[in-house]
Design a protein around this ligand. Structure first.
Ligand SMILES: Cc1cc2nc3c(=O)[nH]c(=O)nc-3n(C[C@H](O)[C@H](O)[C@H](O)COP(=O)(O)OP(=O)(O)OC[C@H]3O[C@@H](n4cnc5c(N)ncnc54)[C@H](O)[C@@H]3O)c2cc1C
Length: 427
């Protein structure tokens, strides 16, 4: 069994680890020189409903990436506007740790390898089976099943068309080439979120260099994980409507600078003009770490979701699965891991000729994946953005009684739904 995964963000890494654990030969192609994708500048975990989803994954035996992240947590139980029990991981170290774990598990990680074309696509009566893809060096990579975990960030044409141009973000398209979607290469239609009439959404946070902040802010970050600073009225910038992360689109994020300690000082604003930022007490020397042009804008995302089954099999394909943001404007590391593990699991089952599995509907993960899939069938639903940590999906979790931080209750729910340790057992 050979499983080929395009994209080494959290979704691709989770898929690769799960497939390798099941005994498959796994090739993970990542176009940049490191893993984690946008997760390399993220850092917030376990906030609001993400706690429940991560707990379910652990109970299902698919929590390996959470375990690695837990080894690299800088702060636990951090609270900030609308967010409870968040943990902040070290964004510099976590990706390297994940890479080591994947290599130990036998994953063939091919960095600086960008899948750019389909080499062999078998077609019959409206169904398509992907047989082989090609990377930028012309190497043909064959597979029994494929996973599109290429995310939805960039390429630069989207940032130029719907944002403020390339802002030099972590995806580094000018050097490594822009995102190329496996689904798009197979002719699968892709959908875009919409914000204020524009395609996609703007990434909702930046990073400042911690060294460029005043000592009292650094102290607060080191000791509490968070620093909240009032923005003087005449300096307020309101970009809330454009944000990809709806959980951080509350008015408080427009009137305050919220900084979180992820190793960087993660600033919960999509962008903020540097000359204005430096007028705020304590930020007189502030400098952007990500994106480098964070004073001018941020990357455009969420322009490449596809229709897929609850099993994450891409609609219209026989052996192509999707994971991460592609599964329906589904935003977050936890969300990427939840979908990545399932895609990896089902890719192997497909290669073995076994039936595909979906998360039970009684679980928060199962309900989210089915509901988002249904939302993606409608024009209004496609415009939305989804996350366990806030906005419409978290509201739904609470309404349906699915949100809990009680691990005993989570284990019981997973057990009663027949999902206990499912990812650890051979199919
Ligand atoms: C600035 C920023 C901060 C964020 N902060 C947080 C946070 O604190 N907490 C949180 O939960 N979420 C956060 N998010 C959201 C979160 O990072 C993403 O929703 C999630 O990690 C997406 O994972 P993914 O694997 O689907 O996509 P991505 O992270 O985009 O990964 C896709 C990968 O595919 C690669 N790729 C693309 N095309 C190809 C190709 N053809 N061949 C090979 N490789 C390819 C890319 O290089 C990339 O590494 C943040 C996002 C951004 C942009």
């Amino acid at each position: 069994m050979q499983i080929v995964i395009a994209g080494g963000g959290f979704a691709g890494c989770a898929a690769a680890l799960q497939a390798a654990r099941m005994g498959a030969k796994v090739i993970l192609a990542e176009r940049t020189d490191m893993l984690c994708g946008t997760g390399a500048v993220g850092g917030i975990m376990y906030n609001n409903g993400r706690y429940t989803a991560a707990g379910e994954m652990t109970a299902m035996g698919g929590g390996q990436l959470f375990f690695i992240i837990d080894q690299n947590i800088r702060h636990r139980n951090v609270e900030f506007f609308g967010q409870a029990h968040a943990s902040l991981f070290d964004v510099a170290k976590t990706g390297a740790e994940i890479e080591r774990t994947l290599r130990r598990a036998g994953v063939d990680i091919r960095l600086k390898t960008r899948i750019i074309s389909v080499h062999h696509l078998w077609k019959n009566e409206g169904k398509q089976r992907l047989m082989a893809v090609k990377d930028q060096y012309g190497a043909v990579i064959e597979g029994d099943a494929f996973i599109d975990a290429t995310g939805t960030g960039g390429p630069p044409s989207k940032c130029r068309g719907y944002g403020r141009g390339c802002v030099c973000c972590i995806l580094r398209c000018p050097v490594f080439g822009g995102r190329v979607s496996l689904c798009d290469l197979c002719g699968i239609e892709e959908f875009s979120a919409k914000s204020q009439g524009k395609e996609g959404a703007i990434s909702g946070s930046c990073s400042l260099m911690k060294d460029s902040l005043a000592p009292q802010i650094v102290k607060s970050l080191d000791e509490q994980g968070v620093a909240i600073i009032d923005i003087p009225k005449d300096l307020i910038e309101d970009h809330l409507a454009l944000k990809a992360c709806r959980q951080y689109a509350l008015p408080e994020y427009a009137t305050h600078i919220v900084l979180l300690d992820t190793g960087h000082a993660k600033m919960m604003a999509p962008w903020f003009p540097l000359e204005k930022l430096r007028k705020i007490p304590g930020l007189e020397w502030a400098r952007y770490e990500d994106p480098y042009a964070g004073g001018e804008g941020n990357s455009v995302r969420l322009t490449a979701s596809v229709l897929r089954e609850d099993t994450l099999l891409v609609r219209g394909m026989e052996n192509l699965f999707c994971a991460g943001e592609k599964t329906g404007n589904f935003v977050g590391h936890t969300e990427a891991i939840v979908t990545g593990v399932l895609a990896g699991y089902n890719a192997v089952r497909k290669a073995m000729g076994k039936s595909l599995w979906a998360y039970p509907q009684q679980t928060a993960c199962g309900d989210a994946i089915r509901w988002i899939g249904q939302q993606m069938e409608t024009e209004a639903g496609r415009r939305e953005k989804y996350t366990f940590s806030g906005s419409v999906l978290f509201d739904r979790m609470k309404e349906k009684g699915l949100y809990t931080t009680d691990m005993g209750q989570i284990r019981q729910r997973v057990g009663m739904a027949g999902g206990e340790n499912i990812f650890a057992l051979m199919p």
